[in-house]
Design a protein around this ligand. Sequence first.
Ligand code: ZN
Length: 140
Amino acid sequence: MVDPSVVRLPRSLSEIASFHAHVYYDPQTRGEAERLRAWIGERFSVTLGRWHDAKIGPHDQAMFQVAFVVDVFPALVPWLMLNHGALSILVHPNTANPHRDHTANPLWIGRPLAVHAEILPEEGAVDSTLLPNTNPVKPA
Ligand code: ZN
């Protein structure tokens, strides 16, 4: 008999309710972050989160969050690859496991930073209500 712990089925894309991109900055790069945030808002239908000039949650630096639906990923993430400049960006899926979303499953654009994921739960509510607060007017 096969040990069931060895048999792993692939996880389904349906687990992903949405994505976050966390754009990190410091006092020297805040201006660059402001410019990137404006560029994102002009080009993508996303939810721009507030500025967190102090560390918050599992994040090791000041940052702002960009929340977006799955359909926005194929345009926004490559665009961030081209336009992040000196900024580090953490892109992670939002599933029912916030801890794993931030540890095993994210990707980094730019230099990776520490993520203090020990404070994140292994189970959480998946928030699939996402209201964009941008009005994109320019092509990406
Ligand atoms: Zn996040």
